[in-house]
Write a protein that binds this ligand. Structure first.
Ligand code: IMP
Length: 196
């Protein structure tokens, strides 16, 4: 069991919130949104790494909440090897939603199969109810496909191939079991259990 039973997630991204809830609710941790606490918080993400941006978001929310409740923030993105890790920390800003996948497929149109390797990375910044900060990261290794497949998930899921499916062809449970976010949140949970 974890000593933390409730935390608030520093995000306006419904999908990140949904996935964190899918992973944490079954193990008894309630994930609240900023909205649940009526808090507007959208700091400038000017860090150069996922870890820096996650920390910026977690600290901004922690200082905005009235009660001392634990906070998590997720910063994540897709890193394509042949593009030297792009779009990386700029994944959200690479193109508008709805055009991200097609733009990346276009950039990758002449890239052969063996050079289409990519990974998702997620950094979870955690600040406990006493203000103590810790961070956890997770990766998911895969490849960029040739077309969009599947309707689940969000962002780049329809073009990210893991095994023989895209993340958008997986059920929520399947994705959460292998995803960068799932892996980072599992590390946080391990820490919470050990630090009781
Ligand atoms: P940020 O962490 O708010 O900077 O945004 C990360 C961006 O990376 C999201 O807007 C998505 O486009 C992309 N991303 C992060 N995690 C995932 C995922 O699990 N699936 C697909 N795209 C993701």
């Amino acid at each position: 069991m974890s000593r933390i039973k409730k935390l608030v997630m520093a995000t306006n991204n419904k999908n990140k919130l949904r996935e964190a809830r899918e992973i944490f609710s079954p193990i008894g941790i309630e994930v609240l949104s900023q909205k649940d606490l009526n808090i507007e918080c959208d700091p400038e993400e000017n860090g150069k790494t996922f870890a820096e941006n996650a920390k910026i978001k977690a600290e901004a929310l922690y200082s905005a909440i009235p009660e001392n409740i634990a906070v998590i923030a997720d910063d994540s993105g897709l890193c394509v090897d042949i593009l030297n890790g792009r779009p990386g920390v700029y994944s959200a800003r690479y193109a508008p939603d709805g055009q991200k996948c097609s733009k990346l497929l276009d950039e990758m149109k002449d890239i052969p199969d063996d050079k289409r390797t990519a990974y998702f990375e997620c950094c979870i910044a955690f600040i406990d109810e006493n203000g103590e900060y810790k961070s956890f990261s997770g990766k998911c290794m895969g490849k960029i496909g040739y077309e969009e497949k599947g309707t689940n998930g969000f962002g780049y899921d329809p073009i990210f191939v893991y095994g023989d499916k895209t993340l958008a062809e997986m059920s929520a449970e399947e994705k959460n079991n292998i995803s960068h976010r799932g892996n980072a949140l599992k590390e946080l949970y391990k820490y919470l259990k050990e630090s009781e």
